[in-house]
Design a protein around this ligand. Structure first.
Ligand code: M5T
Length: 632
């Protein structure tokens, strides 16, 4: 696979697809790209007359879609994306641009216009590279377009209407989907088929090659071979991470000098040797044959094999407060870090180097320093610190995962392994079994809620509600964001008495606290306060359907018609590759709790059987998704 390595260049970067199109997601997924989906809110209403060609219109729309998402994420998020991809597909016929039809009649007029003729499908793509300086977003936009010609057969009115009634045309440019039933309308396609479907993958990969391996004059000049190597040569070299085109070039140069740029044990070394043969004069055919015959390198498996080591390295560095130390000191040598935290120099050096490889630290000749990411999230007293959550993962969750095999075999949590007795009461006997574990758990929840609360609070417009009750609202972190966002809202945090006793450790959290009340109680046993809006943030995933039925029926009985219920959960979605956190979290629920993560459909069923309707979901792009419904 020649193009594979260039996709791999994006591994470790936060890549965002600024598109709601399921086709684009599927095309990029199947190319092995890992990305998040944050649909753009840019309205596709640019004045078409202002563009001299249809593709300029598609390019500008694609660019605006991507920039809107980059800007929004930079404002809202804690970690700005590295790359945002936007795309816009249009159909052009007789000088007219066709987008998605507004209704069936509109679809009919589009399809009639395409009937029996050749038209062009243009997809404009914008790749926006993002960086931040003093919290200001800086962007560099790379754009390209692809044109594919498509010809429709002569189609009868009857067939067109039958097609329209299938519902397929409605969310597709030109009113057809070539990949599905619409394929029957098409006589021929000249050009990239995937471009018609919504994303020109081949051109995209070529663009990435240009971006990540700009062919350097020197490198080409050095190669003593009749045919100047195409860019593919650079792609093959890229298999061994060189980090920059410069070092790629160095590798080529050093191989020409007869030096080996790659170590023997290196999994990529076989490929490198073949390339070395090629650049030193072996016939190209041998080289490409060898490369073709080789099984693709299972990078993803290596990443998974390394996953637990990477987690543990970060956990231990947090536990030893390495990031706290470096925040105060700017740059330290390994021996100074070791002295401060009373650890061995050789051990600390390895840990710091691993953290550097994981991009949590920077390393120079002077020593180690925190990356921006570490300063923001790993330092224990930073505003959006995840330190507490990481310590909980290290000290508590890690132990449970060592019993994953039993959990899978038994189909139940492993509290009995850790606490040597089956938990009668899930929270009291586990997370809250001592003051220390309780505070650690509360701190972990506090950390997660702080980093997700704003997205959850603003996923829907909640300004119509005057009172809210956050059931199991822990330290009140979500309540604080809600009262900041909605000046007329009063929030009651309903929590177990012994949790409320300890909330002072996590206060104050900001303005508006006079509109927050903490009310002690157990939502399974006690009456719950009256409110216009109920909130269950990361509650339902702890419980079985039976327990959820008890809770939802209690909320349903207490609230008036028109009241809202807001859930914040990781929603399972097979189509979302970036949703892997939710699937792993569901395993976490298996080892630790009585619950699981659920799909949107499962939540809808649970909610509807208790009289909640109009169930809407917003994928916030953050850890938690938001679901809002209304009591009928
Ligand atoms: C011609 C054709 C188009 N499409 C879809 O048409 C939408 C175009 O609309 P867009 O405005 O470019 O994208 P969108 O779906 O509104 O998403 P977004 O990027 O969020 O604007 C995209 O979906 C494409 O797949 C197909 O699925 N098959 C086809 O044969």
């Amino acid at each position: 696979m020649v193009l594979c390595p260039v996709i791999r260049k994006l591994v470790g970067k936060r890549v965002v697809l600024a598109s709601a199109s399921p086709r684009r997601q599927e095309i990029l997924n199947s190319a092995g790209l890992r990305f998040e989906v944050v649909p753009s809110r840019f309205k596709e209403t640019l004045d078409k007359a202002a563009f001299s060609t249809p593709y300029e219109y598609a390019l500008e729309t694609a660019k605006q879609k991507a920039l809107e998402v980059a800007n929004r994420m930079n404002k809202k998020d804690f970690r700005s994306p590295d790359v945002v991809i936007g795309a816009d597909t249009i159909v052009s016929v007789d000088g007219q641009i066709l987008e998605k039809p507004a209704d069936k009649q509109h679809a009919y007029s589009m399809l009639s216009r395409l009937n029996g003729k050749e038209h062009s499908v243009f997809t404009g793509v914008a790749i926006v590279l993002c960086s931040t300086k003093d919290k200001q977003l800086e962007t560099e936009v790379f754009e390209f377009y692809e044109e594919t010609k498509v010809k429709f057969s002569d189609l009868s009115e009857e067939l067109l209407w039958e097609y329209i009634h299938s519902g397929e045309p409605m969310d597709k440019a030109g009113g057809y989907g070539i990949q599905s039933l619409g394929g029957m309308l098409v006589e021929y396609v000249h050009g990239d088929f995937l471009n018609v479907v919504g994303f020109p993958l081949n051109h995209f990969c070529k663009k990435l090659v240009e971006l990540y391996y700009p062919p350097s004059k020197d490198a080409i000049h050095h190669v003593k071979h009749d045919s100047v190597p195409s860019v593919e040569t650079f792609e093959v070299l890229s298999d061994e991470e060189s980090g920059s085109s410069n070092s790629t070039q160095q590798n080529v140069t050093s191989m020409l000098k007869g030096e080996s740029a790659f170590s023997c044990g290196d999994p990529g070394s076989l490929r490198k040797k073949e390339v070395a043969q090629h650049v030193s004069g072996e016939p190209m055919a041998n080289c490409s044959e060898n490369v073709e015959n080789q099984a693709p390198f299972p990078t993803i498996l290596i990443e998974l094999l390394d996953g637990f080591k990477a987690s543990k390295a970060m956990f231990v560095a947090c536990k030893l407060k390495v990031f706290d130390l470096l925040k105060g000191k700017d740059i330290l040598k390994a021996k100074d870090v070791a002295a401060h935290i009373n650890a061995s120099v050789c051990g600390i050096e390895r840990l710091l180097d691993a953290c550097t490889a994981l991009e949590l630290l920077n390393k120079t000749n002077e020593g180690y320093s925190n990356t921006e990411l570490a300063n923001k999230f790993l330092v224990s007293d930073s505003e959006y610190s995840l330190h507490g959550f990481i310590i909980h993962a290290n000290d508590y969750v890690w132990q449970f995962f060592t019993h994953l095999e039993s959990a899978v075999k038994e189909g139940t949590n492993q509290n009995h392994q850790i606490f040597e007795k089956k938990a009668q009461n899930l929270f009291q006997d586990t997370f809250y079994h001592s003051r220390e574990t309780k505070l650690r758990f509360m701190n972990a929840m506090h950390c997660i809620i702080k980093v997700t609360a704003r997205d959850v609070a603003t996923a829907f417009d909640l300004s119509g509600f005057r009172s809210a009750c956050d059931l199991g609202g822990c330290t009140g972190a979500l309540a604080h964001v809600l009262v900041q966002e909605y000046p007329d809202l009063h929030v009651t945090v309903f929590e177990l008495p012994d949790v409320i006793e300890n909330i002072s450790c996590f206060q104050p959290l900001g303005q508006g606290s006079s509109r927050i009340t903490f009310t002690p109680g157990d939502f399974f046993k006690d009456n719950i306060p009256k409110a216009d809006l109920y909130i269950l943030s990361r509650i339902l995933h702890d419980w079985s359907d039976d327990k959820i039925d008890i809770l939802l029926s209690k909320i349903s009985d207490t609230c008036k018609p028109g009241s809202g219920l807001l859930l914040a959960e990781m929603v399972l979605d097979k189509k979302r590759r970036h949703g892997r956190s939710a699937w792993l979290q569901s395993l976490n629920m298996l080892v630790q709790t009585e619950g699981k993560e659920r799909s949107c459909f499962e939540y809808r069923c649970l909610l509807e059987r208790h009289g909640f309707r109009n169930v809407q979901i917003v994928q916030t792009g953050n850890w938690l998704d938001a679901i809002l419904c209304t009591k009928c």
